[in-house]
Design a protein around this ligand. Structure first.
Ligand code: SF4
Length: 300
């Protein structure tokens, strides 16, 4: 991989940006379809996030150090904001460690862009909801009073995953009614009440491992992206696995890399053309890498 001149990234835009940040200057990253994105990542623009950061600093006037944490599902510019302000990136697997890291260095966390992962992680760490504030980027000062900002230990950006917020406690109740032995397992991008009603909560990797290791014959109601659930059902034919949402909910933007796009960019490379190159500006790249390196240091 280190020798590859071009990396054709069959994923979403923010991941391709991350590949560009972490790869060498001699390598180019290509995203076969520029429309492959993440609606959650798009909910935090750098201008809005920078305004939020500046507003919070102006209220706090140096009292109570804020550590910004961004979920991996965010633009390179948001990662850079975290990097240059003493913060880091996290995934759904290491969000707990990122919070711990942050509280060793500051008094408050600004968590972007997924309010649910931020809230669920903070609750898991014993921080009550009364100590959290929700920043609405469409309102002046996030819709918060200076007092709310000063009091908050966690400020959550008002973003969400449009797929994971479709899961409800009603679906969990229905699954339990159908089968009293069902195991409910959900992703932490789900809302707090869904997470609290589930038997198990964790990242996609955690969900896959739990189901893979489970005894044959067990039943699993899963709260994550439906294509992922279908794949797990195929890989584990000895178990009953179903998506909690009866109305199928694929991610509208995640599955936009069709073979034809891959062929198009590969043919371009053969012809000496670099189609759909993802190029993160040098300064953003350097600052985002700081935030990514801090995440890599804390591990999983
Ligand atoms: S499921 Fe789609 S919208 Fe949700 S976090 Fe993943 S890529 Fe983003």
């Amino acid at each position: 991989m280190k020798d590859a001149r071009a990396i054709v990234f069959c994923g979403v835009h923010f991941m391709a940006e991350t590949a560009d940040i972490l790869s060498s200057d001699a390598q180019s990253v290509i995203l076969p379809n520029m429309a492959a994105g993440c609606s959650m990542a798009d909910m935090a623009s750098i201008d809005e996030a920078q305004d939020c950061w500046d507003d919070i600093q102006s209220v706090l006037e140096g009292e109570g150090k804020v550590i910004p944490i961004t979920y991996m599902n965010s633009t390179a510019a948001i990662k850079a904001l975290c990097g240059r302000n003493g913060g880091l990136v996290c995934t759904s697997s290491n969000a707990d460690s990122a919070f711990k890291w942050a509280y060793e260095r500051g008094e408050k966390v600004l968590f972007l862009p997924d309010q649910h992962l931020g809230r669920n992680t903070a609750l898991k760490m014993g921080i009550p909801e009364a100590d959290m504030a929700l920043w609405n980027p469409f309102k002046p000062m996030g819709g918060l009073t200076p007092e709310q900002i000063r009091r908050a230990r966690v400020i959550l950006w008002q973003g969400h995953c449009s797929v994971h917020t479709r899961f409800t406690t009603k679906q969990i109740d229905a699954a339990r009614k159908d089968n009293a032995d069902v195991n409910i397992i959900v992703h932490p991008e789900c809302t707090r009440d869904v997470v609290q009603a589930a038997d198990y909560v964790g990242s996609t990797e955690y969900i896959q491992n739990m189901i893979r290791k489970a005894p044959a014959g067990t039943v699993w109601g899963v709260g994550t992206e439906v294509n992922m659930v279908s794949r797990m059902a195929k890989e584990n034919p000895d178990k009953t696995i179903f998506c909690l949402d009866p109305v199928v909910c694929p991610c509208a933007t995640m599955y936009r890399i069709h073979p034809a796009y891959v062929l198009w960019v590969l043919e371009g490379l053969v012809a000496g053309l670099m189609i759909n190159r993802i190029e993160v500006p040098a300064e953003t790249k350097a600052q985002a890498k700081v935030a990514l390196d801090r995440m890599l240091e804390i591990g999983g």
